[in-house]
Design a protein around this ligand. Sequence first.
Ligand SMILES: *Cc1c(COP(=O)(O)O)cnc(C)c1O
Length: 363
Amino acid sequence: MRIMPNRMDRGYFKYQSEFEKKATDVLRSGWYVLGKEVSSFETEFSNYVGTKHCVGLASGLDALWIAVRLLGIGRGDEVIVQANTYIATVMGITMNGATPVFIEPDESFGIDASKIEEKITNKTKAVMVTHLYGMATKMDEIVRLCKKYKLKLIEDCAQSHGACFNGRMTGTFGDVGCFSFYPSKNLGAFGDAGAVVLNNDELAEEFKVFRNYGSEKRYYNKIVGANSRLDEIQAGLLRVRLSHICELTEEKVKIAERYTCEIKNKKIKLPSVADGATSVWHQYVIRCEERDRLIQYLENKDIGTLIHYPIPPHLAEAYQNLGYKKGDFPFTEHLAETILSIPIYNGMTEEEQSQVIEALNSF
Ligand SMILES: *Cc1c(COP(=O)(O)O)cnc(C)c1O
């Protein structure tokens, strides 16, 4: 049987009766958008992360662009961001007319903090950190720099639900932590969903007003907002998944530990988590100089893989206007040519794990 890069059905069947009961309850409730399930989820998720507030939104991208907007960042402003992130992080900046300033990552795929200071100008307003692949970024130096230069700090936690640095969860280090609950994420809904977490009372209120057409009271619009509401079914289903998040994370950590112990091939470089950080293994990303031949080799053994991501944002067709060219971020570009995400998902059998390990070891 083919091993796919991800199997979202397994995560569903694991708690099938709980999910189905919750969906039925919401369908029968007669209330479908922004209700009790959403507010309960917001309370439970902020308790889990360790922030005062959580505001449910329609997607991870919405969490990012609305965070940038409500922190007052726009045209003429610069935001520092890592060059190897998913393009959504960058869109969160450019959708507000602000300019992304890219920084190369370090060996753990996180933003290289030692390269931030030289890129700070009088236009710099914020640093955006992506905890990529489920690995928490080393945050101490970044937090220090943001304090020193009075910069906002936004965390893209779309891949890092539950990952910690020095015992603190990602999403708690900056002004706003942005989460996606897209179905393939570690805490996945069954459609689009997202949220922000934060400690600032006023800002939390602003997110609530903004997500619902800028109205606090129905049909009294204070500001020009957007429609970025979270619906009751997604919130209810997320509550079910959140109640099992510890065992779900533990399961992925175990698979990753097995990969790290048992994959032994000089041609393959295994991922390394930064000092003081943990990973929740949204992806298990290996590096290989003969990556494309490896993909084919695994494909012949019926093992599917993915590349996160083949084209860095600065080289994306969509961002030609930024004026970058090949060679501007050599390490990021090298990573894009050598990284490979191997199958890792909840409900992956030991047999499937063994098949992946054997295939990689025999390459
Ligand atoms: C998935 C993801 C997003 C976007 O989330 P959506 O819910 O798809 O809008 C943003 N940043 C990163 C790093 C992601 O992985």
